[in-house]
Structure formats: structure tokens, C-alpha cells
Design a protein around this ligand. Structure first.
Ligand code: UD1
Ligand code: CA
Length: 493
């Protein structure tokens, strides 16, 4: 078989995953924020197969969506309505491969840590040895639960026997089947037609294809030596959690190798699709989720929750910030205790400080909102300063309205901007102002209740109260005392 033979793949993901005890299909459960099924598909994408069939059982539409942008050229979803075994599952994909001639890679959809390098070396082995069928094998001191690889005295593979069908002698075999095969299409599909459910589970076993090929005098090759973690399947939530831990430490290692510092690696959560630039320092208890991207030389002090958020270079995220769907440009500073909601765009050198919430808010370069503010549905020009307690009143109970603020605007503390409203460049807004109308460029705007002053009032108040001290009797006595007092005295208290 030449290197240029077509390569196709069939991924089995129809099993109900009973041991997950879930209403969701097993392959839709997430690992590092990504559905399980995405992992083998992503590894496959690295081999550029010409055709891939994904065999699904239920929630086919959801699985189709989860598999959609996995980067596969020709992905066909095949529904196996009833789960009659792994051989039956591959048979369901036969029509999708009717016009296909070449090598078919067969793998199980619940094996997320599989690497493209392993898939490639399986295909390479298959082609180098000009085999009809090639399978990966592993040796486990405790092979419980796996199909055992049976070999003849010369070491040639003669078949695979499932644990439930094995004799005591076969059960003692420690070489097992991880479930990863490459088979020439002209060997595979005829053999599938010969499968019979004459086994303990009454299923059509894909593994029986190996015995059929051996008996038919086909050439069988094996690949050994892949790491067991890599080929382990997920069957329970506990296994999912263990795999999450393995994957997380792999991700952390990978980013450390790429020049990222983690002050407390065990307390960090990193999604599989996150990227981090070199010389970025990540403090304790930081969660980086979704498609979050951090630039170079950033600092995330700790206890941060960043989802689908993009940081430029040298951004400093101080303690305890939450950001979702936000974009933060180079040299900006955020937090402590800031909340950036979707549609937030912070320009270069922007400062957003404690207890500031932003949503659909664009802050131009150098703008500052350092303390206590709600900035929603607004645009704030470069170098403007937003004082403490500023609120964009963007919601009238039915619709959202925009606030537009120009460049170099000074917004005094405790300002309300009642949207829709525009404040032009170089405006000064006096503290405590409620801005309800547009303000022209360069103006001062103030709206305040006039201040009243009564000189000497405090001394008079204190003297009056000292003359008639408030008695503090017990509640019952107090009520009785009140009844005895004349109306005038009561008024003065
Ligand atoms: C299978 C192998 C076993 C191997 C083990 C490795 C067979 C008969 N046995 O056993 O030799 O050691 O994997 O983990 O193949 N699936 C379908 N449709 C079905 C049945 C299964 O799509 O009708 C899918 C499942 O979703 C799963 C995969 O095939 O992704 C494996 O099925 P599972 O039932 O877990 O097989 P094992 O009993 O683990
Ligand atoms: Ca399994």
C-alpha cells in the first residue's frame, strides 16, 4: 500500500454511556471546556483524512454541532439507531464508504487524549508493513475489562477475545486492545458482513474482524508502546475527572514550556482552546475558559475568571476580576474587583478599577474609570476620566439606549447619564450631575440642588437636645411615660 493511498476514518460514538448516568450523550460531556467527541476528531484533522464518518446514537443534532468546526474536510454523521455492538456501528458507516478505496482508521469517540502522532505512526506502520489490518496494543499488569490480544506460538496475532468470552488462560493475557485500528477497505467491509452475534453479549464485535482477517490469511501488523493514558477511554464521571486532571497538567506544562509562569499551577484552570503569550505571569486561582487569549508579558494577579476574553500585551489584571467576551488592548489595567461583560472593548493604557462594571462599552485609549461605576451600552473617547459613582442609565424598562462620550471629557463623581445622550469632546461634568440632554463640546454641565446653609445650626441642635435628654426606659415603662407626657413635650423630642 503506497503512502498516497486514501485515508478515511470511522469514529464510534453511538454508545449510550450508561455508566455516566446522564441524559446527555457521553461524547457531549466536556473535558477542559470542550465536548469529548472534539478530541479524537481534532487529532484526526491533523492527518487530513479524505473522509470521516462519525457514528452517533442519540442527540445526533447536538453531536453534529459539537463536531462541526473540528477542521475535518468531509465529515459524515451516521446514525446507529440501536446499539448492537462496535462491529454493527462500523457497518452503519459502510454506505458512507461505499465508493471509498483505501485505508480506514477506526477509533472510539470516548478516547480523548489520543495524539495525532500516535494515529500517524499507526498509519505509517500499516503502510510500511503493507498490512491489511494494523492494530495498536498495550500491555497492562491488570488487563481487566479489555479485549485480550491472542497470538500464535510464532507471535502472529490470531484474534481478539473479549473478557466475557475469554477462557481462564486467555484472561491471563496482559496484552490488550485499546481499540485503535487501520484496515484496508477491501478487507474491512467484507469482514463486517461475516460478523455473527455468537458471543456473551449477543453483539456484532468489531474485534472479530481481526480473527476473520487472520483466518483469511491477511497480513496483520501491530503497534505497541503508546502511553496508556493516551489510549484510555472515558466511561464514568470519575474517569472524566481523572482525565481532566491529566489534561490540565499537560496544558499547564505546555504553556510553561512556551514561556508562561504559573505561581500556583494546581489551582489554575485552563481550557483546551486558550492561548497565552510568553512572559505572562498567572497567579493562583485563575480560570481561563473558552477562547480566551492572553498576550505576552501580561499579569493576572489571582482569583480571576476570564471567558472568551482577549488581552493584548502587558495587560495587568489585578486581583478578583471577572471578564466574559471582553477585549482589552495593550498596557491596560483592570481591577481589582472589576467585571467586564460581553462587548467590552478597552483601548491601550485604559484603567478600569475596583467595582466597575462594563457591558457593550468601548473605552478609548488612555480612558480611566477607576472606582465604582456602571458603564453599559456606551462609547467613551480617549483620555476621558470617569469619576466614582458614574452610572450610564441605559435601560428604560423596555429598551437599551446608548451613551456617547467624547475625548478628554471629565465626568465628575456621582454622575448619571440618562441615555440616549451625547457628551461631546472636552466637556466637564460637575459632580452629582444628572445629564439628560446632549452637551456641546467644551462646555461645563452641572445640575445640582442649590446648597442651603444655616450658620451655627449644630450648636443650637445639640443644646436643645441636651436640655431634654431622651430617656431610655424599658419598653413598657417607655410607653407608659409617653402616655403621661403632654403633647407639646412629645413634639420636641
Ligand atoms: C471495546 C473493545 C475491547 C477494547 C475496549 C477498549 C469491542 C467488541 N471491544 O470494548 O476489545 O479492549 O473497547 O476500550 O469492540 N459503540 C457504538 N455502537 C455500539 C457499541 C459501541 O458506537 O453499538 C461505541 C461506543 O460509543 C464507544 C466505543 O464504541 O465509543 C466502544 O464501545 P464500548 O461498549 O465502550 O466497548 P468496550 O466494552 O469498552
Ligand atoms: Ca469503552
Amino acid at each position: 500500500m503506497s503512502d498516497s493511498a486514501a485515508l478515511g476514518a470511522i469514529v464510534l460514538a453511538a454508545g449510550l454511556g450508561t455508566r455516566m448516568r446522564s441524559r446527555r450523550a457521553k461524547v457531549l460531556h466536556e473535558l477542559a471546556g470542550r465536548p469529548l467527541v472534539r478530541y479524537p476528531l481534532a487529532a484526526l484533522a491533523g492527518l487530513r483524512p479524505t473522509r470521516v464518518a462519525l457514528v452517533v446514537g442519540h442527540q445526533a443534532d447536538d453531536v453534529r454541532r459539537a463536531a462541526a468546526d473540528a477542521g475535518l474536510h468531509d465529515l459524515r454523521i451516521v446514525v446507529q439507531a440501536e446499539q448492537k455492538g462496535t462491529g454493527h456501528a462500523v457497518l452503519c458507516a459502510a454506505s458512507a464508504f461505499a465508493d471509498f478505496a483505501g485505508d480506514a482508521l477506526l477509533l472510539y469517540g470516548d478516547v480523548p487524549l489520543i495524539r495525532v502522532a500516535t494515529l500517524r505512526s499507526l498509519v505509517d506502520t500499516h503502510r510500511r508493513e503493507q498490512a491489511d489490518l494494523t492494530l495498536a496494543t498495550m500491555c497492562f499488569p491488570d488487563p481487566t475489562g479489555y479485549g485480550r490480544i491472542v497470538r500464535d506460538p510464532d507471535g502472529r496475532v490470531t484474534g481478539i477475545v473479549e473478557e466475557r468470552d475469554a477462557t481462564d488462560a486467555e484472561r491471563a493475557i496482559t496484552e490488550v486492545n485499546p481499540g485503535l485500528y487501520v484496515v484496508r477497505s477491501e478487507t474491512l467491509f467484507p469482514a463486517l458482513g461475516e460478523l455473527r452475534p455468537d458471543n456473551a453479549q449477543g453483539e456484532l464485535y468489531l474485534t472479530d474482524v481481526v480473527g476473520l482477517a487472520a483466518r483469511g490469511g491477511r497480513r496483520i501488523a501491530t503497534l505497541t508502546g503508546a502511553a496508556p493514558d493516551e489510549l484510555a477511554g472515558v466511561n464514568t464521571r470519575a474517569e472524566l475527572a481523572r482525565m481532566e486532571a491529566i489534561l490540565k497538567s499537560e496544558l499547564v506544562e505546555r504553556w510553561m514550556a512556551a514561556g508562561v509562569t504559573f505561581e500556583d499551577p494546581p489551582t489554575v484552570y485552563i481550557g483546551a482552546e486558550v492561548t497565552i503569550g510568553p512572559d505572562t505571569v498567572i497567579g493562583p486561582n485563575v480560570q481561563l475558559r473558552g477562547k480566551t487569549r492572553l498576550g505576552a508579558g501580561c499579569r493576572v494577579d489571582g482569583t480571576a475568571y476570564l471567558v472568551d476574553t482577549v488581552l493584548g500585551d502587558r495587560v495587568h489584571v489585578l486581583f478578583a476580576c471577572v471578564a466574559e467576551g471582553a477585549e482589552v488592548a495593550d498596557d491596560a489595567r483592570v481591577g481589582p474587583f472589576a467585571r467586564l461583560r460581553p462587548g467590552t472593548r478597552l483601548g491601550e493604557h485604559v484603567h478600569v478599577g475596583n467595582f466597575v462594571e462594563t457591558k457593550q462599552a468601548a473605552l478609548g485609549a488612555g480612558a480611566k474609570a477607576n472606582h465604582h461605576a456602571y458603564l453599559g451600552d456606551c462609547e467613551i473617547g480617549p483620555d476621558s476620566n470617569v469619576g466614582a459613582g458614574t452610572i450610564t442609565c441605559n435601560y428604560d424598562g423596555f429598551r437599551k439606549h446608548r451613551t456617547t462620550i467624547g475625548a478628554r471629557v471629565f465626568i465628575g463623581s456621582d454622575t448619571q447619564l440618562v441615555a440616549p445622550v451625547t457628551v461631546a469632546d472636552d466637556v466637564y461634568v460637575g459632580a452629582g450631575t444628572t445629564v439628560t440632554r446632549d452637551v456641546p463640546s467644551g462646555a461645563l454641565v452641572v445640575s445640582r440642588v442649590p446648597q442651603r446653609q444655616i450658620p451655627g445650626w449644630t450648636a443650637q441642635w445639640r443644646a436643645r437636645n441636651a436640655a431634654a435628654p431622651a430617656a431610655k426606659p424599658k419598653p413598657r415603662a417607655k410607653r407608659a411615660a409617653r402616655r403621661r407626657k403632654p403633647a407639646r413635650a412629645r413634639r420636641r423630642r
